[in-house]
Design a protein around this ligand. Structure first.
Ligand code: C5P
Length: 319
């Protein structure tokens, strides 16, 4: 089931409507590469959680004076600390997501204005663009009141390997190219620090530098899942993209060292990097570690955060 708790309707005035959707940061707690397909894509097994920090997508649907004869009119506006680093509108995955949705589900003239609040560093292994694309799909799904999980999942997979998992934005294991999703119930909440040294890392380049493509898969999660059993389990797991990412961006080594000296229970790179995370026993200890790391490295992006849990919070809008 696709979530609907992320989306909040702000205004609805007949023809015009605005919807916002949170696009949480994605963390690969473990990422095992287990093979490669003939099309070059890799077979993965990854345990993923999502955080209470992220981007925000707001979509305004107006009456359609600006629609193009050959398709919808989609305008993008970027804001936030990383708003200026986004590609040209037509190359932006948010634009592609909105276009794919309108082509699949809508007829007639449409005019969408999409505001992207870009809080997460781009090309950084925490899902930013994929999370934004998924949030865009959830927002337009809500705007136009469509419910077709199968077609949405297909659109998401077509946009990128990480977009299907970002449609769910909760603890899960993804397999295949990333599109086979197993949702995890009752996953422990984690207190984390995310650290990015300010270098962009290209995902295709990292996969391209990966030496061993046939690595052992994940083992089953502990039967009784607590923060302790999870951390012990994670210590036996890997991010197989860490070695090629480190070869491309040696700064990742400094980030992992900074996390090590902050007493993280576990430290690891997320996705294809360069963002790394540390897991801490409490949010207070995560905040202290974040403070210490940013004092030592004022140029780095450093955030303390919690993973999203879905007990009572499930109905909350936004983070
Ligand atoms: O699907 P997406 O565009 O996000 O993937 C970016 C790049 O990452 C792909 O072009 C491919 O080089 C690599 N990739 C891969 N195997 C995956 C996912 C991504 O090789 N399962």
């Amino acid at each position: 089931m696709l979530p609907d708790q992320e989306v909040s309707n702000h205004r609805d005035t007949g023809q015009e409507k605005t919807v916002t959707c949170f696009a949480p940061a994605k963390i690969n707690l473990a990422l095992h590469v287990t093979g490669q397909h003939s099309d070059g894509y890799h077979e993965l097994e990854t345990l993923v959680v999502f955080c209470d920090i992220g981007d925000e997508i707001e979509i305004y649907h107006g009456s359609a004076p600006g629609s193009q004869p050959d398709g919808p009119r989609i305008d993008l506006a970027n804001f936030g600390p990383y708003g200026e680093t986004l590609p040209d509108p037509q190359d932006n995955i948010v634009y592609k997501a909105a276009m794919a949705f309108t082509q699949e589900f809508l007829t007639g003239e449409q005019s969408l204005t999409i505001r992207i609040e870009k809080n997460l560093p781009v090309a950084s292994g925490i899902g930013g663009g994929s999370a934004d694309a998924a949030a865009t799909l959830l927002a337009v799904q809500d705007l136009f009141e469509t419910r077709d999980e199968k077609r949405m999942a297909a659109i998401a997979a077509n946009l990128g390997a990480d977009v299907p998992m970002c449609l769910h934005s909760r603890a899960l294991i993804a397999r295949g190219r990333g599109e086979q999703i197993e949702l995890l119930e009752e996953f422990p909440q984690l207190h984390m620090v995310l650290v990015n040294p300010g270098v962009c890392v290209s995902t295709p380049e990292v996969f391209g530098k990966l030496q061993g493509k046939q690595n052992p898969p994940l083992t089953p999660l502990p039967a009784k899942l607590t923060p302790d059993t999870l951390i012990r389990w994670l210590h036996q797991k890997r991010n197989d993209l860490a070695a090629p990412a480190l070869a491309l961006a040696p700064e990742i080594h400094d980030v992992l060292e900074a996390l090590r000296s902050s007493d993280a229970l576990l430290r690891r790179m997320s996705g294809s990097g360069a963002t790394c995370f540390g897991i801490y026993p409490s949010f207070e200890s995560a905040e202290n570690a974040a403070l210490q790391i940013s004092q030592n490295q004022p140029g780095w992006w450093v955030k303390a955060c919690k993973s999203r849990s879905f007990g009572k919070e499930r109905k909350h809008n936004l983070r």
